[in-house]
Design a protein around this ligand. Structure first.
Ligand code: TYD
Length: 132
C-alpha cells in the first residue's frame, strides 16, 4: 500500500467540486485515511512550490493557492501515487485529457483544481508537511 497527499485547491472548493472529486478517488477504491479543510499561509505555499520559485508565474501561483480554503486528503491504495497523478491529468490545461479531473474541470494551467504528490519522496515530505 502507498500513501499520497492530495490538495483540492481554492478553485475546486469555490466551485463546489469537493464532493465530486472525492467521489472519483473512492470510486477508484482509494481509502481516505485523513482529511481536513484549511487555508495555506503564504510561507507554506512558497515552501510547497519551492521548486518553481524562479518561474514568472510563481507570485500568481502563491496568490492563488492562498486565496481561499483548500481540502487536504491523505489517500491510501495500491500504487496510489502514480494512480492519483493519472487521475489528475496533465499540468498544462491543453494537455489534460477528458476523463481526468483537470481535463474535465480545469480551464487554466494555474487554477487547475487539484494537487497530488508526484513521487514517493515528495509524498513523504508533503504528508509530513500537512498531516504531521
Ligand atoms: P508543477 O509542480 O510543475 O505541476 P503539478 O501541479 O502537475 O505537479 O506545477 C505546480 C503548479 O504550478 C501547477 O499545478 C500549476 C502551476 N503552473 C503554472 O501556473 N504554470 C506553469 O507553466 C506550470 C508548469 C505550473
Amino acid at each position: 500500500m502507498e500513501q499520497t497527499l492530495v490538495i483540492i485547491k481554492p478553485d475546486g472548493v469555490r466551485r463546489r467540486l469537493v464532493g465530486r472529486i472525492i467521489q472519483r478517488f473512492e470510486d477508484k477504491n482509494l481509502t481516505i485515511k485523513e482529511m481536513y479543510q484549511g487555508v495555506l499561509t503564504e510561507a507554506i505555499a512558497q515552501e510547497h512550490y519551492a521548486h518553481l520559485k524562479d518561474k514568472p508565474f510563481f507570485p500568481n501561483l502563491v496568490n492563488y493557492m492562498t486565496s481561499g480554503p483548500v481540502v487536504f486528503l491523505l489517500l491510501e491504495g495500491k500504487e496510489a501515487i502514480t494512480l492519483v497523478r493519472q487521475m489528475l491529468g496533465a499540468t498544462n490545461v491543453l494537455q489534460a485529457i477528458p476523463g481526468t479531473i483537470r481535463g474535465d474541470f480545469a480551464d487554466s494551467t494555474t487554477e487547475n483544481i487539484v494537487h497530488a504528490s508526484d513521487c514517493q519522496e515528495n509524498a513523504t515530505i508533503e504528508i509530513q508537511r500537512f498531516f504531521r
